[in-house]
Design a protein around this ligand. Structure first.
Ligand SMILES: [Zn+2]
Length: 583
């Protein structure tokens, strides 16, 4: 197959709505779907997907394209890499080697993916061969075989180059193994990063292995041990700690289904929650929660519960996380388990139903702060809360917090409000004004489209009319410079017989033109039955304007002969029944 055939085949087998839904929550609105844009920060959805055109456009930031450009952008991969991913999904055979123009970066990434995937297999095999490690997981930690498989848990034995040797045997070179973060260099040699550890593969949202976390196997009581209990792979081009979440790949469906996500601290907590049937649980990758990680979850749900340890470290981590929630316009819900319990022990002691009930009794940030303070620190805490509330952008949520703070502390709402005003003056930042759904859309809603715009809409929705329309209008008929440019590009485009791929035209246009086209694609519905009448009405209007323009010119030039002819033409046009012009 040629590359364009492959592209067509992929596009015909995949629905853009399905693919995009893997990354964000789309809601059906009319003929289209809408969601919060993954490419810019926004509170009201302006990211629009058209199933009929297999095309997306964001009215906020102008991102647009088809399923391939979406994947390319969201996964931050090359075109070939995006094709590879989608071809797999679509079940289309695709070998990037067949194409010219070697894409070194994507080749490097796929080599990294390959070696990481092999490492995952080796670790998993090794676990099954180790009675000690199996015994630890099944008996001491009570993991089920099913969950071991679901998370592809493995084992790294206590040998300095076990993985390295096995990977070399499989034909990977030493440099690549190190680039993948599997070994570390020391005194001229390479050594396995993970040794004597239970290994947790870390997946990207597509389920590809991008790194590993390792938990130290328990050592005999009397041995001295200064090794950290958990370590993670170093960052690589594939593995960015702040941009991925542990368990996300396994949790994303459940998060969408349950309508909320739970963030916990440890890998084992995630795994045990999943084992007990709570599959909407994820964890950061051994570092503090990042805005990027919250944004990944926010695409799936707005309701996110923080389930951290109730110890000092957990409380501090919660405080830091709250700040990020606020910056991301999210309302944090906070949950602590009784002292000394982790999700696993809690569920075993009280049962899954009781665990479930906790999600209905989460604390909001006010209650969290006030419950973790003491009378002597109350003033300080209230000040801290006020500084947080002042950053809350949503007025309704802010009012809710103010009311709650007032209820809990007895401070009058008006006083809290004054303090917030003072505080927000200090932190007031210049806010970005999102372009959003503006005039051009309103215009469409009110059906006050210009004739040229309507004709362009007809072309988009009925490409078979393109040739006729282009023949009937002249470049000078189009007054608006943006539309003029669009018509120009379209003319060029159709010369190559590509009128059916109007969305590809977008790449040729400046952002304003893009927006016009996208609006016409997404927001205009054209009734099939009236289409010819619509075309003729528009053409008539345009031709009248053209004649009027010429009439004015002729008058100015005192060209009576031409004037006479033009006036006759105009009269004729006004009298012509539409069908006549249609020929
Ligand atoms: Zn956007």
């Amino acid at each position: 197959m040629r590359i364009d055939e492959i592209i067509d085949e992929i596009k015909s087998r995949l629905d853009i709505v399905d693919v995009i839904s893997e990354y964000l929550h789309l809601k059906k609105t009319g003929a289209n779907f809408k969601g919060l844009c993954p490419f810019h920060d926004e509170k009201t959805p302006s990211f629009t997907v058209s199933p009929s055109k297999q095309f997306y456009y964001c009215f906020g930031c102008g991102e647009s394209g088809d399923v391939i450009s979406f994947l390319k952008k969201i996964e931050n991969v090359s075109f070939n890499e995006a094709l590879r991913i989608l071809s797999e999904r679509a079940g289309v055979k695709f070998d990037p080697k067949h194409f010219d123009g070697k894409d070194e970066e994507s080749e490097f990434r796929s080599r990294l993916l390959a070696v990481l995937s092999s490492a995952k297999e080796i670790y998993a095999e090794t676990l099954r061969e180790s009675t000690r490690a199996m015994n630890y997981l099944l008996n001491e930690r009570s993991l089920s075989m099913e969950i071991i498989e679901r998370f592809s848990i493995g084992y790294a034995p206590d040998t300095k180059d076990y993985l390295l040797k096995r990977l070399l045997q499989r034909g990977y070179d030493e440099r690549l193994i190190r680039d993948a973060g599997l070994t570390i260099g020391f005194q001229g040699g390479s050594y396995d990063l993970l040794r004597n550890r239970i290994v947790f593969p870390i997946f990207n949202p597509r389920g590809e292995t991008i790194g590993f976390g390792g938990r130290l196997m328990p050592l005999p009581e009397d041995s001295v041990n200064e090794l950290p209990k958990y370590i993670n792979s170093p960052e690589t081009p594939l593995f960015k700690k702040g941009e991925n979440l542990f368990g996300y790949h396994q949790a994303k469906d459940a998060i969408k289904k349950e309508g909320f996500a739970i963030i916990t601290e440890g890998y084992m907590d995630v795994i045990m929650c999943h084992q007990h049937g709570f599959s909407n649980v994820v964890a950061p990758l051994g570092t503090a929660l990042t805005p990027r990680q919250l944004r990944i979850l926010k695409k799936l749900t707005e309701r996110i519960i923080l389930l951290f340890d109730g110890d000092t470290a957990g409380i501090n981590a919660t405080r830091r996380a709250i700040q990020i929630f606020i910056e991301e316009n999210l309302r944090p819900e906070i949950l602590f388990l009784p002292h000394g319990e982790d999700p696993d022990s809690f569920i075993r002691r009280y049962g899954p139903d009781e665990f479930k009930r906790l999600f209905e009794r989460t604390e909001n940030l006010i209650d969290f702060y006030l419950s973790k303070t003491s009378p002597s620190l109350l003033t300080e805490t209230v000040k801290e809360i006020i500084s947080i509330i002042s950053k809350v952008e949503d007025g309704i949520i802010r009012a809710e917090y103010i009311r709650r703070l007032s209820e809990r502390t007895g401070i009058r709402e008006s006083i809290i409000f004054d303090e917030i005003l003072k505080s927000s003056k200090k932190t007031l930042k210049k806010k970005k004004i999102p372009l959003g759904m503006d005039e051009s859309t309103l215009l469409l809603k009110n059906k006050r489209l210009r004739e040229e715009e309507l004709l362009m809409a007809v072309i988009i929705h009925h490409p078979d009319k393109t040739e006729f329309i282009l023949r009937e209008i002249e470049d000078n008929d189009v007054e608006d410079p943006i539309l003029k440019r669009i018509f120009f590009e379209l003319r060029e485009f159709t010369k190559h017989g590509r009128e059916n791929e109007i969305t590809s035209l977008l790449d040729l246009l400046p952002s304003e033109g893009k927006k016009t086209i996208a609006t016409l694609i997404l927001d205009v519905m054209i009734d099939n039955e009236d289409i010819d009448k619509l075309i003729m009405d528009c053409l008539k209007g345009i031709k009248l304007r053209r004649l009027n323009r010429r009439v004015e010119e002729a008058k100015k030039n005192g060209d009576l002969l031409t004037l006479q002819e033009l006036i006759r033409e105009r009269k004729e046009l006004l009298n012509t029944s539409l069908k006549m012009v249609m020929k």
